[in-house]
Design a protein around this ligand. Structure first.
Ligand code: B12
Ligand code: SF4
Length: 279
């Protein structure tokens, strides 16, 4: 069964923008993670990244030539319009292609997608387990329900994200960071309650913040060092410094494992910079 994932993030950077700068080179960790789980379960997964295409006609041609059985699209609210347009085009080409939406927008506002005739399944919350279950059911000839509440996975047991789904490396977030630059997610959720992010975080990842073990993150970093010889790193977690103990253990292990690449992360203003985090 052929699975195609779509990254529709062209609202800010537009078509034909891939690799031009920082905004047009981010990978989607959400898609890379569900791709890794689907590949581990034996499915063939491809990506269409709208930023690499010239226009909608090219998207249409890709769907016609790749002939996917299932298309899964990730959707942030900001990319609602291009994502919905993809679904419309796919169903016009072949109403038999099974369409699935997931990501922040459907998790926060499922009502805005659930009635679309162009969307067959909505997976809210985390997708790794539930997307693979959906693929298995469809390949077994079953007809799963339209709205599926994603089951949260054990994030230490997940395969490392399939970052090669995207064709190039990302651009650093600051001029003092050199390429090759990589990004990594060490945890999910945030325990704070700021209006900027809540209740979105809780609706996607639940109430309890989960962070991967330090060993699990270091293991991924060692693979990334061997594979890409990366020169700088961004840990994308909402607020990495919320767990001081984790950060201290991580810094110790980072040095012990001879990782010396500068890294950046997000913090809160009241959490003063930890001297230990200086490389
Ligand atoms: C890294 C990040 C960025 C990066 C990279 C974004 C990118 N293109 O991937 C940058 C800095 C560029 C960025 C920019 C923006 N971001 Co941002 N970002 C994040 C952050 C911190 C991490 C994203 C991530 O990788 N998470 C980890 C992965 C594993 O989770 P995930 O992507 O949600 O995927 C899981 C599920 O959602 C689901 N899933 C996702 N896609 C799919 C698809 C299918 C088919 C299925 C079945 C399941 C599924 O399964 C995945 C695995 O469990 C999140 C907050 C967070 N903690 O998630 C905010 C977040 C996604 N960003 C947000 C916002 C608002 C923005 C901006 C609009 C900010 C702005 N004003 O400019 C821009 C939009 C730019 C764009 N079009 O890409 C909001 C989105 C809210 C919303 N309603 O959509 C979030 C949730 C923050 C928040 N709490 O408000 N962002
Ligand atoms: S601490 Fe940061 S990431 Fe967490 S809810 Fe507040 S603004 Fe969002």
């Amino acid at each position: 069964m052929k699975v195609t994932l779509v990254y529709p993030g062209i609202t800010i950077c537009g078509f034909n923008s891939y690799g031009r700068d920082m905004d047009s080179s981010w990978i989607s960790h959400g898609l890379c993670s569900i791709s890794a789980s689907a590949k581990k379960a034996g499915f063939d997964v491809k990506l269409i990244d709208l930023r690499t295409l010239k226009n909608w006609e090219e998207f249409e041609n890709r769907i016609k030539s790749e002939k996917p059985d299932i298309v899964g699209i990730t959707m942030m609210s900001v990319d609602y319009n291009p994502a919905m347009k993809c679904f419309e085009i796919i169903k016009k080409i072949n109403p038999g292609i099974v369409t699935v939406v997931g990501g922040p927008h459907p998790s926060i506002c499922p009502n805005e997608v659930k009635d679309s005739k162009n969307i067959d399944h909505v997976i809210t919350g985390e997708g790794e387990i539930s997307f693979v279950e959906l693929l298995n059911k469809i390949s077994g000839g079953l007809k799963p329900e339209k709205i599926i509440v994603g089951k949260p996975p054990d994030i230490n047991a997940l395969p490392f994200v399939d970052r090669e789904l995207f064709s190039d490396m990302e651009y650093p977030i600051a001029t003092f960071l050199n390429r090759p630059f990589v990004t990594l997610i060490a945890g999910r959720g945030c325990r704070y309650n700021c209006n900027f992010c809540q209740p979105a975080e809780r609706l996607i990842f639940g109430r309890k913040v989960r962070r991967r073990s330090v060993d699990n993150v270091i293991a991924e970093l060692k693979i990334l060092r061997d594979k890409y010889n990366f020169k700088s790193l961004l840990i994308h977690d909402d607020c990495l410094t919320e767990d001081k103990e984790w950060v201290f253990d991580f810094c110790d292990e980072y040095k012990k494992n001879k990782l010396d690449q500068p890294f950046v992360c997000q913090s809160r203003a009241e959490q003063t910079l930890y001297a230990k985090m200086r490389i």
